[in-house]
Design a protein around this ligand. Structure first.
Ligand code: ASP
Length: 311
């Protein structure tokens, strides 16, 4: 099977001056994941490598540089899902972990549960060799300044140089047909402490099923949850796959990925009055993406092996 990889750095109103940083962040995430997949490596390793790059980059709202909650603290959520088993590892409200995706992976591989939150998740991290960090070490200067402005003034997107929402995500397919999807976020700015958005929730911010495809979402979490957007997009892929498999269905598969992405985002605005976006790979590795925000940072590996990035 031909490997495939797609990433995103959040659907939002990315200002012109941040476009370069967002596209180069997506390029570096693709490079990290593709260096594994193109040598025959595993999708799970590739997806973790890609997400770690995005989490470490302060232009994105995940890991270091996440938005601060109302108390001025970083609280991160992440999930990774295995399309073959439908198992997932998810974490929420982490305050002392540099790369939440690593804890999500440890849960997927070593835990009888699918989701751990707060202190319990951090204890699990230590037990599985993932050290805790100083919570202050996750706060970027830009986010501290934005938070201070929000405290003084009314919360406004302008305080965040336009990166009001900037979750990261990736979907990867390896040569053995293993399909994984992952999402990681600092959530929304000035959220109430303890708030959990769509991102770490199976079916909402992320879903993967090898029989249909894998999805990672971004955007207004309280709306995305209402339409269970990631699972909705996978269901759209499944319907199309059935149609393509049937003798009468002939060749609807070529545009399936794009149509499913567009339909899910359309439903988000029509039914839940929310804005956002998503990336996906169908079960063959065809990429699709869509967004209803002014911009979304994305990147994927084209059929010729070139990296395509955009906002
Ligand atoms: N969906 C994320 C949340 O609501 C935010 C985002 O995607 O930017 O936490």
């Amino acid at each position: 099977m031909k490997p495939a990889l797609i990433v995103h750095g959040g659907a939002r109103d990315i200002p012109d001056e941040a476009v370069e940083a967002c596209t180069s962040g997506c390029q570096r995430a693709l490079a990290a994941g593709w260096s594994i997949l193109s040598k025959g490596g595993q999708a799970l390793d590739a997806i973790e490598a890609a997400i770690v790059v995005l989490e470490d980059d302060p232009v994105f709202d995940a890991g270091y540089g996440s938005h601060l909650n109302l108390d001025g603290r970083v609280e991160c959520d992440a999930i990774v899902m295995d399309g073959r088993t439908l198992g997932a590892g998810a974490v929420s409200a982490l305050q002392r972990v540099k790369n939440p995706i690593r804890v999500a992976r440890a849960i997927l591989e070593n835990c009888p549960h699918m989701m751990l939150v707060g202190e319990g998740a951090e204890r699990f991290a230590i037990q599985h060799g993932i050290p805790l960090c100083d919570p202050e070490g996750l706060i970027s200067q830009a986010e501290r300044a934005a938070w201070l402005k929000c405290r003084k003034d009314k919360h406004a997107a302008a305080h965040h140089r336009g990166h009001e929402q900037g979750t990261v995500g990736a979907v990867a397919l390896d040569k053995d047909g293993n399909l994984f999807a992952a999402t990681s976020t600092g959530g929304t700015c000035c959220k109430l402490p303890g708030r959990v958005g769509d991102s770490p929730l199976i079916g909402c911010g992320c879903y993967a099923d090898s029989e249909a495809g894998g999805v990672s979402c971004t955007g207004y979490g309280e709306a995305i949850m209402k339409i269970v957007m990631a699972k909705t997009a996978v269901d759209l892929l499944r319907q199309s796959a059935i149609c393509a498999d049937s003798p009468a269905g002939a060749s609807c598969e070529a545009s399936t990925a794009k149509v499913a992405a567009r339909e899910a985002v359309h439903l988000l605005s029509k039914r839940a009055h929310g804005t956002g976006g998503l990336i996906l790979l169908d079960r063959h590795g065809n990429p699709g993406f869509a967004f209803s925000t002014p911009r979304m940072a994305y990147g994927y590996v084209a059929l010729d092996g070139n990296f395509v990035t955009g906002v």
